[in-house]
Design a protein around this ligand. Structure first.
Ligand SMILES: [Zn+2]
Length: 472
């Protein structure tokens, strides 16, 4: 008789927007949904990232929702500590994750080396993981197409299978639907990963789930607010660029190397072609962004009809145009410091927690003519969040800086669905009895929970805490 419950343990992105990892246990089968790295306050990050809260060798398989670091960044630890199963995802997600993990491995080594150099005579710290650890993950990926292409479920064992829907968040991103059948009982669980907007540039819009799902783990990063229409955002962008021309400013844009950067390039390319903005030099100062742009170009099957119509048909790349410059070496990056405005500098990291963006902020944040353009979600305790919320002075690379540059926030370019869009997704999914809100901070989650409860009184809505376990 099948009387075991399915257990779900929330090991990350619980009342938080980072470190996504959820453990599903069905009898003795252990499946991990995502294996992300925790990003945020250094002391908490070190603690959370140094070891996994479960035995890696006991995990049978991983399904990865997409290649952002906060969803895949702990895979090197999982493999190093004894995981020997498969990591399932789309081919594009595997390609994206390879770039992200290599970059992360190199960065972790650099952070540890820098620390040890500055703290000579003290105990040496070990790198969270190394570049070699990151590369060891690669052979565990098992890519599968979206269900809309393969029309096939993917089988994990005699009782568990899953399918992949397009989440429309970033290249390759998936919504995962798990089906567990035993003794004539079927349970269905969906995990949204990060959910995209409906009008996402470049990629296909997210797909809705066809089957009834009893339980859903749903992200609600923007559970309390709605984005303005993209047309208004373009007007803001236009105004910023016109101001930059007039004042000879630098527009400094912290952006994730993946997703936001390619979307911005695409939008700026379109606006330039349509003569909606004056032509100014645009620097993509992130080697990772450039390699990820290559990954985009290798996955044209994921481009939407508009991209095909406007670029591919003409034999043009959406990611290259005449005033766009990709910088590679550190020297080239430093040269941008001496460039006179107007220009735009798009650089990582997206939350200003490291990378070349810090040098550009260091150089430009004190000039009242400059503009800092915030285009993505800024987690608590990050420098990006402080700048977004108007803090001044701020610490950059160990020095205090007055924030004199104008700060503009274009949240609408976010790759995440807003409240209305999340509710629409929920409305399209039938059969939900239990909803678990993940990848969210408490103020957003609370408002979203109340809204869902008033609209769908039959759904049991939970905001799980870190490490909480539920049985279904
Ligand atoms: Zn994401």
């Amino acid at each position: 008789m099948y009387n075991e419950y399915m257990k779900i343990t929330f090991f990350g992105a619980a009342q938080d927007v980072t470190g996504s990892r959820h453990l599903i246990e069905v009898e003795d089968y252990k499946l991990l949904l995502d294996c992300g790295m925790y990003q945020g306050k250094r002391s908490i990050a070190n603690e959370r990232n140094k070891a996994l809260p479960f035995a890696a060798k006991d995990i049978n398989a991983v399904i990865l929702s997409h290649g952002h670091l906060d969803h895949c960044g702990a895979l090197p630890i999982l493999v190093r500590d004894g995981f020997r199963g498969r990591i399932y995802c789309t081919g594009a997600t595997a390609d994206v994750a390879r770039c992200i993990l290599e970059d992360s491995g190199a960065l972790q080594e650099q952070i540890a080396n820098d620390y040890n150099r500055h703290h000579k005579g003290q105990d040496r710290v070990e790198s969270v993981y190394t570049l070699e650890d990151a590369r060891r993950v690669f052979s565990y990926f098992e890519p599968h197409p979206y269900y809309r292409i393969s029309h096939e479920w993917i089988t994990l064992n005699d009782h568990i299978r899953f399918k992949l829907y397009d989440a429309g968040h970033i290249l390759g991103s998936e919504v995962i639907v798990l089906e567990i059948k035993e003794e004539g009982i079927t349970k269905t669980l969906a995990f949204t990963g990060d959910l995209g907007r409906v009008d996402v540039p470049i990629l296909h819009a997210r797909e809705y789930i066809e089957e009834d799902v009893q339980a859903m783990l749903m992200e609600c990063t923007y559970g309390n607010s709605n984005h303005r229409p993209i047309s208004e955002v373009k007007l803001d962008l236009q105004r910023a660029i016109e101001d930059a021309v007039r004042l000879k400013s630098k527009i400094i844009v912290p952006a994730f190397s993946l997703g936001r950067t390619q979307e911005l390039i695409y939008i700026l390319h379109r606006m330039t072609d349509m003569h909606e903005i004056p032509s100014i030099p645009i620097y993509i100062d992130s080697p990772l962004a450039e390699s990820l742009t290559d990954v985009f170009s290798r996955h044209k099957e994921d481009f939407n009809d508009e991209v095909v119509r406007d670029f591919e048909r003409l034999g043009e790349s959406p990611f290259a145009f005449k005033n766009l410059v990709y910088t590679h070496s550190v020297e080239e990056s430093k040269m941008i410091n001496n460039v006179e405005g107007p220009c735009m500098i798009i650089s990582a990291s997206g939350m200003c927690e490291g990378g070349r963006i810090l040098h550009h902020l260091n150089n430009g944040i004190g000039n009242p003519n400059n503009i800092i353009l915030i285009t993505g979600y800024q987690a608590e305790n990050t420098l990006g969040r402080k700048i977004k919320e108007g803090a001044s002075p701020v610490m950059i690379l160990g020095e205090s800086h007055e924030v004199r540059a104008k700060v503009m926030v274009l949240d609408e370019l976010s790759a995440h669905a807003d409240q209305a869009s999340l509710l629409a997704y929920l409305g399209h999914t039938s059969g939900i009895e239990h909803l678990f809100l993940v990848h969210t901070e408490m103020p957003q989650a609370t408002i979203f929970k109340n809204t869902v409860e008033s609209l769908h009184p039959n759904i049991d809505v939970n905001i799980p805490t870190l490490g909480e376990q539920v049985e279904l």
